[in-house]
Every structure is written in structure tokens, then in C-alpha cells.
Design a protein around this ligand. Structure first.
Ligand SMILES: [Zn+2]
Length: 332
């Protein structure tokens, strides 16, 4: 099946892809309109006039207006996906559905982001990223905040619950990893999976380290969580997977196998670097990605730490703290 055929299959199930512009490097974000009762919009695009114009234009091309939306479903907590939620819920009176664990984050958006920034800054400093880089990244992250928004989650969803519409039932599946709130919506009758950024065809989703939603201060093991989530998704007999960016996925099992293999090779590379001598996560990121380790410091740090967690769980590597600075060394 080609991506075009997959989109056609989705359309025949009443699911329309809306490609909404974002100011971010990732490019456009996919929102999905589900023509059912309630009339449902999955994700919103970022909070900008341009994105709103484009959303309204594409809705009207399908014969709908923003005011007619009855339910907004949020797939996860990232601003390119939820930024317009306040505007849409305000104008349409739509219910807002999101996995229960993320409801406080969405409802207090802005305040929590401050705590997220502090969490990220502490993590970056303890893993060897220079202070000036950390300060620069914090100001970038502050300027991004305006693309988000807060909203009352009127329909909190539980993992495993069934979201019933007039013509279909979507099973809610919490699959954290890319973010702590990633949620999939599975139509088992049509074998269609709405997966947002859990699985993207043209880019390997980053298992970003996020501050835990439950208030715990332990560093989450984002990559291990993500790999576990992908293995569960692999079990689903999906004909098509509708992602948060880019084209539909028609063979999710081989894509997941590729991703798991990529992570295995990267973990091996990192193990070799640590075998040469103990290193900080930042030093490892510089070896692997050069200057990108500076411009995308948090992303590459998340990636390195994720792999070190895997090596640690296998008993190959351990963390050694020297004052506030953490290095990794081999075991034995
Ligand atoms: Zn995204």
C-alpha cells in the first residue's frame, strides 16, 4: 500500500489529515479530523494566527467550521500538537480529551513549563553541558512557550478505556517514550492506529527526557520506556498508522524493527566510547554528533542518556558522580 492509498483508506473511514504549519524545524504537524459524532479533531497545531488560518481553511475545504468541532483529542503534551486547544475549545465549546496523567500539565500550561526548564537545566549541567549553552537553551525554550496554551481537560482518558463514537470505538493506549503522555487511538475494527509522534516514518522519534508527570524527581528512563512501548505497538495488527508528522505508515512492524536495530547499534558505539575512557554524556554526544551536540544539546543528551540506561540495565556501564558532574564508566 502506498502512503496515498493509506490516506484514501483513512478518508473512507472518515478520517482526514490536516497539515498545519509550525515554526519549528519539524515542519508541518498532522492533525486529523474524524467525521463522526462527536465531530472530532485529533491535535490542533501550535498557537499561531497562521496555523489557525490554515486549520480553518482546511476544515472549510471539508465542509466544516471550527465552531462545529465537538471534541478535541490531544495525543501528547508537545506545543506543536496542542497550542490551539484553548482557542478551539473557546470558540466551539468542544470537550477536550487527553490521557489523565497529562491533564494537570495541560491545565497549568506555562507554570509547569518553568519546572520543566529547571529540570532540564539541572540535568544538562550535571551531564557536562557548559553553563553558557544551558543558559542559551533556556532562553530558546522560554521563547517557544508562546506557541502553547492551557485548557481544561473535560474528558480525562484512562489507559485501556474505550472512547465510543457513533460509528466507531477508539481504544485509548498510553505509550510513553517520546513524551511521558504519548497516547495512541486504536480502531480495532478498521485496524487503523492514530499514533502521533510515537512512530514517524521519516524521522526516528526522540525519546526526550521529560520531568515526570507524577511529580517524582527521579530521572525517567525515556529510551527504555520508549522501546517497551514500541514493542507493544508492534503487536497491533494495524493496516495503517497515522503519524503526527509526514506520511502514513503501512508497515509499522518493519519500521519498529529498524528503529530497535538503530538503537542497538548506537548503544554499541556508545559502549566503545566509554570503554576507551570514562566520559560525560556531553562528551559522548560531541563524539557522535559534533557541533549538533551544542545546538541541540538537550536532544542529543536525552539520546545518549537513554542508551546509557540500556547499557546500565545490561550491567555493562555505571554512573560515577564526581561532585556535581556525572561520568559513565564500564563495569568490571
Ligand atoms: Zn510533534
Amino acid at each position: 500500500m502506498t502512503p496515498e492509498e493509506a490516506l484514501e483508506l483513512a478518508r473512507s473511514a472518515g478520517i482526514h489529515r490536516l497539515r498545519i504549519p509550525t515554526p519549528f524545524a519539524v515542519g508541518r504537524v498532522n492533525c486529523y479530523l474524524i467525521e463522526d459524532r462527536p465531530l472530532t479533531l485529533v491535535d490542533t497545531g501550535p498557537n499561531s494566527g497562521k496555523s489557525l488560518d490554515e486549520l480553518e481553511r482546511q476544515l472549510s475545504g471539508l465542509g466544516h467550521s471550527l465552531e462545529q468541532i465537538e471534541l478535541v483529542i490531544l495525543t501528547h503534551q508537545h506545543i506543536d500538537h496542542l497550542g490551539l486547544v484553548e482557542v478551539i475549545a473557546g470558540r466551539s465549546g468542544a470537550d477536550v480529551a487527553a490521557i489523565d496523567v497529562v491533564a494537570p500539565f495541560v491545565e497549568n500550561f506555562g507554570e509547569d513549563i518553568e519546572a520543566d526548564d529547571r529540570f532540564a537545566a539541572g540535568l544538562m549541567l550535571s551531564h557536562g553541558i557548559p553553563e553558557d549553552v544551558v543558559i542559551a537553551l533556556r532562553s530558546v525554550s522560554r521563547s517557544f512557550r508562546a506557541w502553547g496554551a492551557r485548557a481544561k481537560v473535560t474528558r480525562p482518558l484512562r489507559d485501556g478505556e474505550e472512547l465510543a463514537m457513533q460509528e466507531r470505538t477508539l481504544e485509548v493506549q498510553h505509550r510513553p517514550g517520546h513524551s511521558p503522555s504519548d497516547t495512541l487511538f486504536w480502531d480495532s475494527e478498521r485496524e487503523i492506529l492514530i499514533a502521533a509522534d510515537h512512530l514517524i516514518a521519516h524521522i526516528s522519534s526522540n525519546p526526550l527526557i521529560s520531568r515526570p508527570l507524577d511529580g517524582s524527581t527521579d530521572r525517567p528512563k525515556a529510551l527504555m520506556t520508549y522501546m517497551q512501548s514500541m514493542r507493544r505497538t508492534r503487536e497491533l495488527p494495524a493496516r495503517i498508522v497515522l503519524p503526527g508528522h509526514g506520511e502514513p505508515i503501512t508497515d509499522h512492524r518493519s519500521l519498529i524493527d529498524e528503529r530497535l536495530e538503530l538503537h542497538r547499534r548506537r548503544a554499541e558505539k556508545i559502549l566503545h566510547l566509554i570503554e576507551e575512557r570514562p566520559r560525560t554524556a556531553y562528551e559522548i554526544a560531541q563524539e557522535l554528533w559534533g557541533n549538533v551536540a551544542v545546538t541541540q544539546a538537550f536532544l542529543t543528551l536525552s539520546e545518549v542518556i537513554g542508551h546509557v540506561d540500556v547499557l546500565d540495565a545490561e550491567g555493562q556501564v555505571r554512573e560515577v558522580a564526581n561532585g556535581d558532574l556525572i561520568r559513565f564508566e564500564t563495569v568490571g
